[in-house]
Design a protein around this ligand. Structure first.
Ligand SMILES: CSC[C@H]1O[C@H](OP(=O)(O)O)[C@H](O)[C@@H]1O
Ligand SMILES: Nc1ncnc2[nH]cnc12
Length: 290
């Protein structure tokens, strides 16, 4: 199988460098229109697709990002590995603005988003104990380190609904839960990637200390943008280092991300809703066609 890397660029990352034969491609999905067109091309001989999560010009709020359409569109294009690049606040002294955190766990406190491709007429329950792909995350950590930034190899990401930043009480609560970083977008994205049998890794770029830190001001969007501007080139350099680390030929995921639906669908074949099955053609075609 051929590798195709899908990069979802977060706040401050609306483009990537050096894609050959790159074309902004319009993709429609049964779940609606993705955040933007998707830039499809090749980097060092490996296929790549880039999607700005909020759209070029930052049109979508964390709540209005069409998460299902985005993941379906990447799957439909043939993406095998999704790398999310996000801005985040730090809940730990040692994770400083400018650092990169390779997220490996999530607490999902978002509440106003569609969180599954499945539902009435085709119920599925995928495993999410390890919500990110260790193979892809290791490649991201290695590529991030090569850019010269400080990299933390693991961390728990608290996903809040937003768009407002946290209150002090919330920030302290999330710290007490053992969370490392806070953002507004990685959920349900990571859940949907798992349902779509895509490997998913999350690179969180620390932009601020949220509001808990006694020696730092409250979160302020202009300070975040200043840090992001410094970070965005590191993020693009990280992406440029992925093809050589992943290679064009792809072995099956040793962690089973690409087989997540093998035992997940509960609804008896005779009871499945044909309309929902039609919408699941890209996401679950592998198991539904059989
Ligand atoms: C620019 S601060 C708030 C905004 O930035 C993050 O977005 P993304 O994860 O797409 O980089 C955060 O989650 C908020 O949506
Ligand atoms: N402190 C913060 N809280 C939530 N999302 C963020 N994105 C960047 N900084 C953030």
């Amino acid at each position: 199988m051929q590798t195709m890397i899908g990069v979802i660029g977060g706040s401050g990352v609306y483009e990537i460098d050096g894609l050959q034969d790159a074309v902004w491609t319009k993709v429609e999905t049964p779940w609606g229109t993705p955040s933007d067109e998707i830039l499809v091309g090749k980097l060092d001989g490996v296929a790549m697709a880039f999607l700005p999560r909020h759209g070029r010009g930052h049109v979508h709020s964390p709540t209005s990002v069409p998460y299902r359409a985005n993941i379906d569109a990447l799957k439909r294009l043939g993406v095998t590995d999704v790398v999310s690049v996000s801005a985040c606040g730090s809940l730990r002294e040692e994770m400083a603005p400018g650092d990169f955190v390779i997220v490996d766990q999530f607490i999902d406190r978002s509440f106003a988003r569609e969180k599954s491709f499945f539902g009435t007429g085709c119920v599925a329950h995928v495993a999410l104990g390890k919500p990110t792909c260790p193979r892809l995350s290791a490649a991201c950590a290695d590529a991030a380190r090569a850019t010269g930034v400080t990299v933390h190899d693991s961390g728990t990401y608290l996903c809040m609904e937003g768009p407002q930043f946290s209150t002090l009480a919330e920030s302290l609560l999330y710290k007490s839960w053992g969370c490392h970083v806070i953002g507004m977008t990685n959920m349900p994205e990571a859940k949907l990637a798992r349902e779509a049998e895509l490997c998913y890794a999350s690179v969180a770029m620390v932009t601020d200390y949220d509001c808990w830190h006694p020696h730092h001001d409250e979160v302020d969007i202009s300070a975040i943008i200043a840090t992001l501007t410094g970070n965005a080139q590191h993020a693009r350099n990280l992406v440029a280092g992925l093809p050589q680390r992943l290679g064009a030929e792809r072995a099956p995921c040793p962690h089973g991300c690409d087989r997540a639906l093998d035992h997940a669908i509960m609804t008896a074949p005779a009871k499945r809703d044909p309309e929902l099955l039609a919408k699941l053609d890209a996401v679950a075609g592998r198991v539904l066609k059989g």
